[in-house]
Structures are given as C-alpha cells and as structure tokens.
Design a protein around this ligand. Sequence first.
Ligand code: ADP
Ligand code: MG
Length: 746
Amino acid sequence: MTRIIKYVKPYIPMVLLAIVLLFAQANFDLALPDYLSDIVDTGIQQQGVENAVAIGIRENEMDKLGIFMTPEEETLILGQYSLINDTSANYGEYIEDFPALEDEGIYILGEIGNTEMEELDPIMAELMSVVFSLKRLYADPTIAEQMGLELPFNQTDYHTEEEFFAYLNNYPVGVKANMRDGLVESFSALGEIMLNQVAIAAVIAEYTAIGVDLDNLQLNYIVKSGGLMLLMTFLSVTCVVIVGYLASKTAAGMARDIREDVFKRVEEFSSTEFDSFSTASLITRSTNDVTQVQMTTYIIVRMVFYAPLMGIGGVIRALDKASSMWWVVGIAVLVLIGLILIVFVIAFPKFKSFQKLLDRLNLVSRENLSGMLVIRAFNMEKFEEERFEKANTELTSVSLYINRVMVILMPMMMLIMNVLTIAVIWIGAGEVSDGSMQVGDMMAFMQYAMQIVMSFLMLTVMFIILPRGSVSAERIKEVLNTKPIILDSDNPKQFTAPFEGNIEFREVSFRYPNSDEDALHNISFTAKPGETTAFIGATGSGKSTMINLIPRFYDVTDGSILVDGVDIRNVTQHDLRDKIGYVPQKSTLFSGTIESNLLFAKEDANEEEIREAITTAQAAQFVYSKSEGTTLAIAQGGTNVSGGQKQRLSIARALVKRPPIYIFDDSFSALDFKTDAALRRALKKKTGDSTLLIVTQRVSSIMNAEQIIVLDKGEIIGKGTHEQLLEKCETYKEIAISQLALEGVQ
Ligand code: ADP
Ligand code: MG
C-alpha cells in the first residue's frame, strides 16, 4: 500500500479540502435532528415558547415571583427587566405587543445575552413553576392531596388569590425558601423535564394574560427553525457535490499517474521480467487493477473520513438528547461490527482469487484472439471454448460468491436499523409518558441512531471496497517494485569516436533466469566492421540467444561482450542500441502505414532514404506496384502482408537507420532463394563498412561470409570461412552437402 500511497501526494491539498468540507457536512447533517426536535418540542408542544424567561411579566405577577426570590436573584432579574406603564416615555412602543399595558404595568425583558439567558433560565423556571403551582393549589385544594403535599397553610382562609399571596409574603424567609425547594423537588420527582414543562405552561398562561400573539410566536419559531433546516440541507448538499468533485479528481488523477508509472516501468523491463509476468497479467494490472485503486481512492475520500465523523458525532449528540437509551445504540453498533467482521473474514480471501482469475480469463482471451487461425486450422474451437468456459465459470462463481455475501449484508443492515427504530420508539415512548423525555428528543434520538447505523453502513462499503483495492494495489506494487535486471551503469562510458563496430565475445556463457542449464557456453569470437559474420546451427542451438545478448535483451551470465573494446554493460542501453539495426526472427510490424513503420527506425528519414531501404530490402516491387505505395495501411500485427513481405519490410526498417552494426536473426527464412540472393548482394553493397551479423539456416546465404560460426548445443564447434569449414567441421559439411545438393537439383 505504501508504494501506492505516495501517489496521493500531489492531491493532498484536495484531500485536505475534502476533509474540511466533510467535517462541515457532518456537522450540518448532525444539526438536522436537533432542529427537528426543536420544532416538535418547542415549536409544537410549547407553542414556540423557548424557555422560562418570559418576554413580559405583569407587575403583580412579578411581585408574586418576588415572594420567593433571594435578594441576589432579585437584582439579577430586575436588571434584565424594566417596568413599563402608562406613564413611561416609551409606553407607545409596547402597547401593540402587550395590549394589557392599558390596564397595568408590565415588566418587559430587555436585550439579553446568551450567558445571562442561561443564568436566568433555571431561576425563572423555578420561580414561574412555584408561583404557577401555588395558584393551582389555591384554586383546587384537592391537588395537594393528590400530590401528597402537606401545606403550611389552609387555602380556605383567604378570599382572593391576591390575599393568599400577600399572606404567603409575610412568612419568614426560611419558610418561603423551604416551600420553594419542596415544590421544586416534587416536580423533579415526577420526571426531569417536569419543572421546565410547568414553567413553560406558566409562561404561556402569562402571555395569554398580557395579550401576546401566541399563534404568531409559534409560527415564527417554526418558520425560523424550518428555514435553518433548509439552509443546513442546502449547505450539506453543496459540500457533497464539491467533495464528490474533489474525490473524483483525486482518484482519476492518481489512476493516471499510476498507469503512467506502470507503463514506464514495463517499458524498462528486460526480457527476464517479461518472462516472469505474463502479458495478460500486465494488461490486467495496468487497467483493471488501476481502476480498482481509483474506485477505492474515491470511496476513501468520500467515506473514510465522513463515516467516523458521522458515527462519533451521532453518538455524542444522541447521548446528549437521551442518554438513558445509549445501550440500545450500543447493542446495535456491536451487532453491526460483528456482522462486518464476519463478512470481512469470509470475503477477503476471495478478492485475491478474483483478480487472479481475471488474469487467467484475460490470458485465455488473448491467446484465443491472437491464435484464432491456428485454432481453426486444428479444429480446436471446442477445446478453446471449454478452456474459456472454464476460466469464465470460475470467475463467475467467485464473483457470485462475493456478491451473495454482500447481498445478505444489506437486508441484515436494514433489519438492524428497523429493530433499532422499534426499540427506540418502545423505550422512548415509556420515557415520554414518564415525563423524563420529550417527544422531539426521542425523534431526534431516532434520527441520530439512523445516522450512526448509516455511518456503519458506509464503513461496510469500505470493507467491501478496501480489500479489493488493497489486492489491486499489491498487484500494481509488484510491477512497480520489480527492478529491471538490465540497468545502465551509474557512470556510463561513451564509445570512442569514430565508431567502428568491432564486436568481441569473450568466453561468454549464458543461462536463462528460470533455467538450470546454460543456453550458451564459453563463446568467443570477434566480428569485424566491413565483414559478414554468419551463424549457423540446428534449431535450439542458441543462435538467437547469442545474438540477443548484443543489444542487451539479456545480460551475459559469465564472460563479456565488447563493442569497440568497451564492455556493453558500461555504456547506456540507448547508446548501444543506437548503433544496432536489429531484424528479429519473428518480424513485427505496428499498425499504421509502411512509412510509419519504417520511420520507426529513424524519425526524420526522407523519401529518398526510405525508397533506398525498400529497394535494398527487395520490397520495391510489391510496395511501389500498389497505388498507395508507402502509405499502404498495415493492419495490427502486420497481418495484411505476407510473411516474406513482412520480413522484407522489417529488413528495410533496419536499413533506414543505417547503423554501423546489423543483426539479422534468420531474417531471410521466408524469402525464396532468388530474392534471398538478390537481397544479400544489395545488402553487401549498401552496408559497406558496417558489421553484419547474420543468423541463418541456409548455407547458400552465407557462403561468401568472411567468417562463419557453427553452433551446437550452445557451443561453438566450428569457426572459419565456407571452404575452411567444409574441410575441418564435420557438422558444417553435413549441412552444406545436404543443402547444396538440394539446391543443385533445383
Ligand atoms: P535458435 O535460435 O538457435 O533456434 P534459441 O537461441 O532460440 O535457439 O534457443 C536456445 C535454447 O534456449 C533452446 O534450448 C531454448 O529452449 C532455450 N530458450 C530460448 N528462449 C528461452 C527463454 N526465454 N527461457 C528459457 N529458455 C529459453
Ligand atoms: Mg532462433
């Protein structure tokens, strides 16, 4: 993972911005249930009255509250309220809102800060509810009996409420304080929210008495809270959109960077590394696996930070609303975690095999498509179909297995959510009826519980995506971490100018990395500029192997190869290959035109050079006989030209480059004898001082070579000219006689 994580670096600012926005989003989302509970509790049940600090209190009511105030409370309260009556200067300002001013003076609440409000609220709650309940007790003596209260007075002794309160006022301070405490305590015993509810009822009664428009108050409150909810939702949606954009940009950008690096690394691979990864696997790794990582990154940015913020924030706020129900959420969360763990354990190993099977499917498809003709020729469609079917079925079954596990997960989650909802309503309803919780708080708690479960749902999605992503990241890492065996030396040498093209093999031995016997053994020879050095030998004798060592497709296991006296491991691969015109045993053309294929060797080759190369390669006849000429389109893999034509174009490509060293690996095999001879004559003329290395099976192709090397089982068994070898090399003689006799017959 670390290898992949470094690709996040350029996108860190974006990710950080996304995190900040997610934090904001979580806060907006978490605020919503709060507003909902406000609308239900305060807006609907309390008719928009928010707390016990009334905005207006009649003068004689304030006097009643005064009976139970301590001197400190009195200063505190009177500091916030000012008495207005018909003699006040600003009487006119208030008469509309408080019509009762006409009849009596009213204490009106001034501008009040939050801290003062919080200080005042509990005091006013006690005072308002104490006076309110005393009024009720005066009006209905049976209530005291019901509540089991023992009163220090007899209600029937007073004729009016005013008289009653005047009498209470005369009590000693201690008795009044005891009376207040006793009443407050009896409310608390009925439920923790009871005191407040009574106080709110008192405020509502007072508002009715002084003519405050309660409907308007309530409407204002609900509209205000509803408006805030809309605003929060809008802000949250905005965050979601921006975060989505940032996440996509990060993920797509990272995927691009990774693909680029994988491609670059694969380009550096020598044949050894290609032998160890299959082509199909390399393709899956640079496409499907990168896409997996991209998707994972997207999900991580969108959810990994949001889910915990939501989960933890939800828990904190839910406990704040109704701490008595924490265990319900706790159980739900535990069950969820257990569920996720089980799924993780079951599904994780499958993700690994999924990517492997995908590799397999790609391999089979590739071989099928590229070998279609052979498959048809051998009537192997059935066999290939079965092979594909097998790969396909295996992939499908793993895919189905993973999806089945995931599919079970979703309904389980829904079940847990619904059970949780029912539990919250069940337990919450009990608490509401006990008077220890408000309906709105219960509803908010329910929503928080949903948000908590949702955040766990998101975590589950991550648990589905992350393992797949990490498997893919691992597979990409394998490619990126594979250091090519063939590297340029740290301080490369330069070839001495002028470059001659002298090639020397010094006791070279070579063994393929995955093989346990030498493919070449103790090979020594020198190929000189201006001369042709030919290699002949049975198939599998190591000719291609040997020749591939010169452009460093592989490095020698033992000994050394020198070009102009410099060990080829000491110059850069680029410098070395720049000097070589290589025509492989298996000609490869790229899709495009003949021209684009030839320009591959030399970007700025002009018309003349191209024509010359084509002529020398004996390709002029078929190229220029067509009206398109060099603009003839070459299909993917060069399938629209014949094997011999392909070989000649491949030779022309090497010729365009005009390198000092030519390597032809059995490049004339698909040519008829006449063309072969003509080509060699032209080649000899054009290549002049270059070093020519020709691998062939045909003695006739190399009879005139300055040096012929006979290979057998990776060893040199003869070296010399045609004549010399005929004399001293038995194997060569056998080959020569069999071939030349045959040619003679023709
Ligand atoms: P030639 O070109 O003379 O027909 P090669 O040089 O292609 O023969 O092969 C020489 C030997 O090396 C053969 O025995 C072949 O099996 C082995 N060989 C060729 N390529 C590889 C490879 N990539 N990995 C392992 N062994 C190889
Ligand atoms: Mg070969």
